[in-house]
Design a protein around this ligand. Structure first.
Ligand code: FAD
Ligand code: NAD
Length: 468
């Protein structure tokens, strides 16, 4: 009976711990295996949570510097205690990892700290840091081993001067300068953190826009906001190499005209995407197949080619997002139980925690055009929102994309204050197949940031906005 389980989950990130809790709720004997000493994976330890902590702290600092005066608040000058800035982030992470220890106990989930490695399709060897070993037997496994930062040719990450997001969240002192390779989500969030506290930040992005996978207008508007923070944006530029000079890093790249350029900074942060992480799992022993890009291949039930082994989160295809991993955790546990859960990948919202925040769900204008789908756009600027004027957050807009025939909501794209929270109603509306007319007929509290959506739907349906 000892070390015998119904479900063993490998990896304790948002995919893994949610899968373990759901499996336990459904009555299974569950274990979770985590190679690090703390639970929570990338998201809790070196991802979403610490990044948002530093984003919040840096935004407070920036507001105090640039906006307090307008509110009538005189501070008499402010300064940053960088050590405390980083320490508070550590405390937030510690609160969250401790919360997960509690949740595992509450749900009677056995936790093993060590590297999980298959010996066959029903056995997993767990090797702890002190080299002690345990062999777990299980009817089902759920692989949730996540992802690690990737890099590009010519750029070797040394974690000293050429760093990843992980190191950037725990720097020993405030950098005077930083060059960031990649203007995707990590690039723009961490550029915001450091630019707000006075670091001279340059982003070098390969494409001609920031956050290029989102609706093009969002990236364009974000460029304006980041330039206001004095972030130097080098778009359409191709990095060729990065070198550690000891106390600085030099990045060489081809600019928009194809001319060779170089830039020196205290740190070079590499943010060009992440790769699925399966090192040490010994997938071959269980006969589990991966795709060319290293991701574990699964069917529509999230089952690998070995029927009792499931895989979820960053280690499989799809957006590398914590809430996508969580949904898949529930999906895998419920599928094992014989239930028929539902997961709509088209409606996984994307959020970028810059200020203004960016959030979107559904199709972009570019996608609709490429698919020849007829749509009407309704766009409402936050400049015309009473709530936004009150908080001095007038940058940005909401844009809704609606089918002209039935008023079906095809996509919602927001850059504006608290967009991360405002997007929730749009996910629900599209999931429940509500029409633009139904969104207009619902009552929105006034004054709120969400109200902007009502005006956008009025515009998209040709009824004319109230507030503009
Ligand atoms: P992970 O969280 O990566 O967890 C995998 C776990 O498996 C790790 O703890 C690892 O140690 C463990 N593991 C790996 N191999 C083994 C093994 N053989 N044995 C035992 N354990 C093993 N997403 C959002 O949705 N919102 C955000 O705001 C956001 N911000 C981010 C900010 C940053 C800086 C980064 C880097 C990422 C961010 N993400 C965000 C992405 C998010 O962190 C990931 O999508 C999410 O963590 C994936 O969850 P997961 O459970 O698949 O894997
Ligand atoms: P990303 O895919 O979002 O962005 C990578 C960027 O690097 C792209 O814009 C790409 O064009 C650029 N790039 C690639 N090669 C380049 C080169 N040679 N020179 C210059 N630019 C180059 O990846 P990321 O920002 O590293 O984030 C990784 C993952 O983490 C993402 O999948 C994201 O979903 C997740 N994440 C999510 C959040 C959030 O939800 N708020 C926050 C951080 C990270």
């Amino acid at each position: 009976m000892e070390n015998q389980y119904d479900v063993v989950v490998i990896g304790s990130g948002p995919g893994g711990y949610v899968a373990a809790i759901r499996a336990s709720q459904l009555g299974y004997r569950v274990a979770i295996v985590e190679k690090y000493s703390t639970l929570g994976g990338t998201c809790t330890n070196v991802g979403c949570i610490p990044a948002k902590s530093l984003l919040d702290s840096s935004e407070h600092y920036h507001q105090a510097e640039v906006q307090f005066k307008a509110h009538g608040i005189n501070t008499g000058g402010i300064s940053l205690d960088f050590g405390q800035f980083i320490r508070r982030k550590g405390e937030v992470v510690a609160q969250n990892t401790a919360g997960l220890v509690y949740l595992m106990k509450k749900n009677k989930i056995q936790v093993y700290h060590g590297v999980g490695s298959f010996t066959d399709a029903t056995h997993l060897k767990v090797t702890a840091a002190d080299k002690t070993e345990a062999v777990l037997t299980s009817r089902y496994f759920i692989i949730a081993t996540g992802s690690k930062p990737s890099t590009i040719p010519g750029v070797a990450i040394d974690k000293k001067r050429i760093i990843t997001s992980t190191e950037s969240l725990s720097l020993p002192e405030k950098p005077a300068s930083m060059v960031i390779i990649g203007g995707g989500v990590i690039g723009v969030e961490l550029a915001s953190v450091y630019a707000r506290i006075g670091t001279s930040v340059t982003i070098i992005e390969y494409t001609d826009n920031l956050i290029p996978t989102m609706d093009r207008e969002l990236g364009k508007a974000l460029q304006k906001s980041l330039r206001q923070l004095k972030i130097n944006l080098l778009l359409g530029s191709k990095v060729q190499s990065a070198v550690n000079n000891g106390d600085t890093a030099t990045v060489k790249f081809l600019d928009q005209q194809g001319a060779p350029q170089e830039i020196k900074a205290d740190y070079c942060l590499v943010a060009v995407g992440r790769r699925a992480y399966t090192d040490g799992l010994n997938l071959q022993a269980a006969g589990i197949q991966t795709a060319k890009n290293g991701k574990i291949t699964v069917n529509e039930k999230l089952q690998t080619n070995v029927p009792n082994i499931y895989a979820i989160g960053d280690v499989i295809d799809g957006p590398m997002l914590a809430h996508k991993a969580e949904e898949e955790g529930v999906f895998a546990a419920e599928t094992i139980h014989g239930l028929h859960p539902h997961l709509n990948y088209a409606l996984v919202p994307g959020v970028v925690y810059t200020w203004p925040e960016v959030a979107a769900v559904g199709a972009t204008e570019e996608q609709l055009k490429a698919q020849n789908v007829e749509y009407k756009a309704g766009k409402f600027p936050y400049m015309a929102s009473a709530r936004a004027r009150a908080s001095m957050d007038t940058d940005g807009f909401v844009k809704v994309l609606v089918s002209p025939k039935y008023g079906e909501i095809l996509g919602v794209h927001i850059i504006g204050p608290r967009a991360a929270d405002v997007i929730a109603q749009s996910v629900l509306a599209i999931e429940q197949e509500m029409t633009a007319e139904e969104m207009i007929r619902s009552c929105y509290a006034h004054p709120t940031y969400a109200e902007a959506l009502k005006d956008a739907y009025l515009i998209a349906t040709g009824q004319g906005a109230i507030n503009i």
